[in-house]
Ligand binder design. Structure first.
Ligand code: TYD
Length: 136
């Protein structure tokens, strides 16, 4: 499951005026985009995430600065450091994620496959692990 979570290299158009990147739902990323949200002004030492989603697909981008994303599918874990505006991490459903080590002034954009729905969240690690085991 965790192997489905991959860095996606986005198009980057470079000229003397700077860079331009773009994302088309269903083309550059494996889902249609229903929502975008962003994290910014994250205080030093703060941690975001700390949950999993039942059905939501996401693409996480360090649009500015850098941070670490820790992924856990209940069997394996991996950590990805994001620091490029033209790269995103695709996170499939049923992945526990924690985001930390935000650099000062960093900003994180998240593209999501669906509207916000609290019922799609696992907020507790134990209930997430229970469901991972029950699905096997
Ligand atoms: P949460 O998902 O816990 O944030 P993070 O993943 O960054 O740690 O969301 C924090 C609060 O914001 C929570 O009360 C739910 C609310 N929220 C929305 O209302 N809409 C959204 O699209 C998101 C992502 C969160």
């Amino acid at each position: 499951m965790i192997d489905k979570c991959k860095t996606i290299y986005l198009p980057r158009i470079n000229d003397v005026r700077g860079n331009l990147s773009f994302i088309e739902g269903g083309r550059h990323i494996p889902f249609e985009i229903r929502r975008m949200y962003y994290l910014y002004d994250v205080p030093e030492g703060a941690e975001r995430g700390g949950h999993a989603h039942k059905a939501l697909h996401q693409l996480i981008i360090a649009i500015s600065g850098s941070f670490d994303i820790h992924l856990d599918d209940g069997c394996s874990k991996k950590t990805i450091h994001l620091n490029r505006s033209h790269e995103g991490l695709y996170v499939c459903p049923m992945i526990w994620r924690v985001i930390n080590n935000f650099s000062s002034g960093s900003a994180c954009i998240v593209l999501a496959s669906d509207y916000y729905d609290e019922k799609d969240y696992y907020r507790g690690y134990d209930s997430f692990i229970n469901d991972v085991k029950n699905r096997k």
